[in-house]
Ligand binder design. Structure first.
Ligand code: CP
Length: 318
């Protein structure tokens, strides 16, 4: 059987490129390792020496607030040196190729590359070309995958709901363009979640998504019934070619999460959103800031989860 390119011969995480295809034990190890870092993030001195002397290069070719910042915080809490490449001011703007940029950073003794790129597959390409002791962590590639977001979503679900095997989770909105949705679906199905629903208009649901083990709902009120968690997605206008929706107002009417729609979910349902959030487009402020919302705890958990991922890949032998 062909080995997953993210794992070394001992089954350890060498790179993190996608949740798809990762064994359940690896996902559980990430979540358990993140548990051990939650304590660190709550201490007065929020540092451990696990990555002392290592260099983490943040290469963000697309905008980011949460992911870039929490990777930087996570790397610093692991005592790594962090280099944030300013892409706009880098030699990419003079025509240097992605692999040449990475080769030059590698010559500066990089240990971990954290990569966000608009093209699906860019982190995979880099991982094929780095040296054996170097590691690549995908921070979101095109519409393909956002594995650390998926892992922090799983961490949040486990924190509030404990047992994946008893959950009904609804993922709502622009599933078609969402790397977050894809990563979370793979994570939930691998961890045994029995009911994963995707809810959205036909134009924003990928053809054949049922093959991933999800149930599709066009009617949001039907799809929300009895859900333990509702994951709202942003409309990814930057990835839409042509008009897939009549208007943002029309979308909000049918697929925006309001208090009256949320009342159809389980009474103790949690509301998640990866951010950035568009209030009044996919979610009403009364819900985003309401008692069911765990949107900001998701961000905080992201630090421990990214510490877990970087410490695991750095600890994997080539
Ligand atoms: N969730 C997420 O990826 O947010 P950013 O684009 O701000 O990193």
């Amino acid at each position: 059987m062909r080995r997953n390119p993210q794992l070394n011969k001992n089954g350890e995480l060498q790179h993190l490129l996608s949740i798809e295809g990762l064994p359940r034990e690896v996902l559980e190890r990430v979540l358990a390792t993140a548990d051990s870092f939650i304590g660190v993030t709550e201490r007065e001195v929020k540092k451990v020496p696990l990555l002392r002397g290592k260099s983490v290069f943040n290469l963000f070719f697309e905008p980011s607030t949460r992911t870039r910042t929490t990777f930087e915080i996570a790397a610093k809490r692991l005592s790594a040196d962090v280099i944030n490449l300013n892409i706009a001011a880098s030699s990419q703007s003079k025509g240097e190729s992605l692999l040449d940029t990475v080769a030059n950073l590698s010559a500066m003794q990089a240990d971990i590359f954290v990569v966000r790129h608009g093209s699906s597959g860019a982190p995979f390409l880099i991982a094929q070309h780095v040296k054996p002791h170097e590691h690549v962590v995908n921070a979101g590639d095109g519409r393909h995958a956002h594995p650390t977001q998926g892992l922090l979503d799983l961490y949040t679900l486990r924190h509030y709901k404990k047992d994946f095997t008893r959950l009904t989770v609804a993922i709502v909105g622009d599933v078609l363009h969402s790397r977050v949705a894809r990563s979370l679906i793979h994570g939930l199905t691998t961890l045994g979640t029995p009911e994963v629903r995707v809810i959205g208009p036909q134009t924003l649901i990928p053809t054949g998504v049922e093959a991933l083990g999800v149930h599709v709902y066009r009617n949001m009120r039907e799809g929300l019934k009895g859900c333990d968690a509702v994951v709202m997605l942003r409309l990814q206008n930057e990835r839409m070619r042509g008009a897939l929706l009549p208007s943002a107002q029309e979308f909000f009417k049918h697929y925006g999460l309001t208090a009256d729609k949320l009342a159809l979910a389980a009474p103790d349902a949690i509301v998640m959103h990866p951010g950035p959030m568009n209030r009044g487009v996919e979610i009403d402020s009364s819900v985003a800031d309401g008692p069911h919302s765990v949107i900001l705890p998701q961000v905080t958990f992201g630090i421990a989860v990214r510490m877990a991922v970087m410490s695991m890949v750095a600890g994997a032998s080539a």
